[in-house]
Write a protein that binds this ligand. Sequence first.
Ligand SMILES: [Zn+2]
Ligand SMILES: [Zn+2]
Length: 328
Amino acid sequence: MLDRNVRPAVAAVLWAIAAAWFVSAGRAGGAPVFPEAAESGDERPRTVSKTPDNSLLPPQFRKLVSLHKPLGPPQPGDWLASHEESGQTYTEYVRGRPVRAEGRRRVIYIQPLGDFSPTERKIVELTAEYMGIFFQLPVRVRGDLSLALVPQRARRKHPAWGMSQVLSTYVLSDVLKPRLPPDAVAMIALTTSDLWPGEGWNFVFGQASLADRVGVWSMHRFGDPQKNEDAFRLTLRRTLATATHETGHMFSMEHCIFYECSMCGSNSLPEADHCPLWLCPQCLAKLCYATGANPQKRFKDLIAFAKAHGLPREEEFWQKSLDALAQK
Ligand SMILES: [Zn+2]
Ligand SMILES: [Zn+2]
């Protein structure tokens, strides 16, 4: 979460650095990366949400449109208030030759990185199960890797907040990329350490490379799941949201600027918590194109997961979505 009290007077300068990093990283060497949440001192809206031309969607996804709430104008501090996003329709996505589950590359790998308590491990297991349902692809959890793999030059103490952080770009390029299994459509590391993506940024929840099939996300800011059952559910929900959002990026899905959707960018934990776990029709059509998922079966599996793990809002929404698909 961003702490506005410690934002220095030079925030505008930091923001300029952050924006420059984001833009250059987004275009560098054919391997764009999507950092999530960070420094932001500029409150002018940079992106206005749009309504896509839903008539260009495959017919079954058009049946879902009326269930979804268009994004309103960004509030001060929101992701779209401080980031320029052009939006990506289903048609643009298909034309862009996205990463898809094809040939032997069909498995999503989860790579635990660092130490996990038994409760955190339970969250990793449930996240693996949920990702298998969300993407309708096999998911495998790999053996742990130690954070000792990350050298001192890729670590820091946050200059104002003092907590230890690991450089997310190092994890992507030096820890994950050399270990990508030959059947991996995507490999995403999960860590309990806090992450930051480079100079000018406070932290990121996660970061993914659209072209290199690797991503990393952190549970560090998701609360203490051992406190009580509500805290466990909140940490679980946040982990599910981040895991699927980051993996969506790895299937070349860009941030959604159309509807309240799991692929919307977020600048803070409150903004991330406001995002639903579900995908809008544009993003769902992309997911099904990338993975070959059957939307009916996917909704049925999601409803069963939501029922079993205390996600009533999602259970109701996915049931409505399943019912809408059944209509002529
Ligand atoms: Zn994102
Ligand atoms: Zn969307």
